[in-house]
Design a protein around this ligand. Structure first.
Ligand code: COA
Length: 182
């Protein structure tokens, strides 16, 4: 995957995937709510379960609106989109984090659609979430992963996350301590 070097607004990055497709990694925008719902309809039940940790048959307008309008004080969300104006661009991946109220800890979640999986987007977008968390001087980033989700567990391990078995059966919590990694 090759980044294209030119002037870009903050947190924007234009990359060319191994299959030759152009993708813009950028912060989510309110206009992405419609494409978010359209992309959700293309996901397999397994992709949905891995991302949301339960069955979800529809992304409602309300959910899409909330995801596309993160609170800038406590949330950060990136999409990998076609290089078209927000609202027209289809979305191939979404990665987000949310700071837990009253703490310096944040929880992440990511979904790279199977059409563009295995091309480095997951690693790159997780790296950006980590970077954003560091700029906010957060202490810890964590996520809950189904215990059979080898791709996500491998990605988390590669990025230095450690595993904790929490209280919920079937789930592994992966945690990155950011204090040593400023
Ligand atoms: C897990 C996920 C985010 C990985 O995204 P991706 O763009 O395919 O990952 P990348 O191409 O950047 O690969 C990064 C690393 O992930 C791991 N990985 C990715 N796909 C893998 C697979 N099929 N099997 C094993 N490891 C895999 C590898 O460690 C890989 O590093 P490498 O390329 O050096 O071997 C993606 O598969 C996904 O969205 N899955 C469904 C939703 C989900 O599981 N979300 C996590 C819950 S928070």
């Amino acid at each position: 995957m090759a980044p294209l070097r030119n002037q870009m607004p903050p947190w924007h990055e234009h990359v060319v995937l191994a299959n030759g497709r152009d993708v813009l990694i950028r912060p989510i925008r309110p206009a992405d709510a419609g494409p978010l719902r359209a992309s959700f309809a293309l996901l397999t039940p397994e992709e949905v379960r891995q991302r949301f940790l339960h069955t979800l048959t529809e992304m409602t307008e309300e959910m899409a609106h909330k995801l596309a309008n993160p609170d800038p004080r406590s949330e950060f969300a990136l999409v990998a989109a076609e290089p078209l104006p927000p609202g027209e661009a289809l979305l191939g991946a979404v990665a987000r984090l949310a700071i837990e109220p009253g703490t310096r800890h944040a929880e992440f979640a990511i979904l790279v659609s199977r059409y563009v999986a295995g091309m480095g987007l997951g690693r790159r977008m997780m790296g950006r979430l980590v970077r954003w968390a560091k700029t906010k001087r957060l202490e810890r980033l964590h996520g809950d992963v189904l215990d059979g989700n080898q791709p996500m567990l491998a990605l988390a391990h590669a990025l230095g996350f450690t595993r904790e078995h929490g209280d919920s059966p079937g789930l592994v919590r992966v945690t990155l301590d950011l204090r040593q990694r400023r």
